[in-house]
Ligand binder design. Structure first.
Ligand code: NAD
Ligand code: DAU
Length: 362
């Protein structure tokens, strides 16, 4: 699939955005320029793309800035004339939204509005362009024991994070219906993989386990998430950008439902294989699974998510290329091989946040 126009990516220094930029530049026939607008919040890390910046000098452009800065966004449209926008930038962590929702409303709602409005002004009725809004399955709320979210499931967000993403989805859809802006939306399940900020479950488990720290499991550990390897999410977004229909929503999921406690056990098992606890001094003779610690539950913790992704599979021929075992092995391998990335992340606000978070869960 070839595309030669320019793409404006927002939030490209974060987890999924950086994997997306890498995927498109390294693994597709894309020939244009990739402009990455990112505010570099605690979650944005230029190190995620330092090698890409060198290898694709001239085709990859980084701009530090806020998506809420309407003037700046307008200038970027004028300067780089993108024919596509991949809008990732957001505050993304549910726990943080519970502690402090303000940034979530500001970036996720107002920031998305600013991006849509700038695109509408610049594209001015063009239909050969695309604004793709990246969203989450959390907008659909929580499932019981059976069933899965489809594109027609009514919205029922429960956390400040999911409510802010639901608002942004509605605004994006309104721009399609009201102004004819060629908008598509995807709602994806839980991603995991390289460059995942270690406040989220899987990277947190890997790093804590290696350091002999507790592996915190919220509540009874039986909440279910549907896991997708990040590169598979990126390939789905690329397909939607090139072949998806404007005005359409696509659910993306791995078809890989797991209870949190089973994810924790899988990480422990894998680490025993690749970095046996017996040879890890931080474990002091214990095993990784000895570190499992049940802690106070997340308020309003959604019980179960599962995605029905038959639309994107059927209409766009997408399917994930990694099963959970292979994806988790690749993820653990990446964290073991990138201690400098970890050290840099740890030096930032990471430990301060975790300390505050843990104190409130005892
Ligand atoms: P992340 O927190 O790792 O990265 C977010 C990025 O956005 C960071 O680089 C940050 O600096 C940037 N950013 C934040 N506020 C900004 C602002 N005001 N202006 C410019 N840049 C700003 O998030 P992620 O996990 O990579 O998620 C990316 C997108 O995918 C989000 O929209 C999220 O809702 C969605 N999503 C994530 C998952 C998941 O499992 N991580 C699943 C489904 C959907
Ligand atoms: O479903 C998609 C969503 O997945 C995205 O929209 C969000 O941006 C992304 O952060 C993720 O949200 P979750 O809340 O599901 O992810 P998190 O990694 O925070 O938690 C996964 C599950 O693990 C959840 O049930 C809470 C639980 N958990 C989490 C942490 C951080 C624990 O049991 N212990 C922990 O320490």
């Amino acid at each position: 699939m070839a595309h030669s126009g320019n793409i404006l990516v927002t939030g490209g220094a974060g987890f999924i955005g950086s994997n997306f930029i890498r995927y498109v530049l390294e693994k597709t026939a894309f020939k244009g320029r990739m402009i990455n607008l990112d505010k570099l919040t605690y979650a944005g890390n230029p190190e995620n793309l330092s090698d890409v910046a060198k290898a694709y000098k001239g085709r990859y452009v980084f701009v530090k800035g806020d998506i809420c800065d309407f003037k700046l966004v307008g200038q970027l449209f004028k300067k780089y004339q993108p024919s596509m926008v991949a809008h990732f930038a957001a505050e993304s962590h549910v726990d943080r939204s519970i502690f402090g929702p303000k940034d979530f409303i500001e970036t996720n709602v107002n920031g998305t509005f600013s991006m849509l409005e700038a695109a509408r002004n610049f594209w001015n009725g063009r239909s050969d362009v695309r604004f793709h809004h990246i969203s989450t399955d959390e907008v659909y709320g929580s499932l019981g024991r059976t069933g899965a979210f489809s594109e027609t499931t009514p919205y029922d967000p429960r956390s400040p994070y999911s409510a802010s993403k639901a608002s942004s989805d509605h605004i994006a859809r309104a721009y399609f219906h009201t102004y004819g802006l060629p908008v598509s939306i995807s709602n994806c399940s839980n991603n995991y993989g390289p460059r995942h900020y270690p406040e989220k479950l899987i990277p947190l488990l890997i790093l804590n386990a290696l350091e002999g720290k507790p592996l915190p499991v919220y509540g009874d550990g039986k909440n279910v998430r549907d896991w997708l390897y990040v590169e598979d999410h990126c390939s789905a977004i690329w397909r939607i950008l090139l072949r998806g229909e404007a005005g359409r929503t696509y659910n993306i999921g791995g078809g890989c439902e797991l209870k949190n406690i089973d994810v924790v056990r899988s990480v422990c098992r894998l680490l025993e294989r690749v970095r046996p606890s017996a040879s890890n001094a931080a474990l002091k003779g214990g095993s990784y699974s000895d570190l499992i610690t049940f802690v106070k539950d997340r308020p309003g913790h959604d019980r179960r998510y599962a995605i029905n992704s038959s639309r994107i599979r059927r209409e766009l021929g997408w399917k994930p290329a990694h099963d959970f075992e292979a994806g988790l092995a690749a993820t653990v391998d990446w964290y073991l091989k990138n201690p400098a990335w970890l050290a840099a992340v740890r030096r930032a606000s990471y430990s301060e946040w975790l300390k505050k978070n843990y104190a409130s869960r005892k």
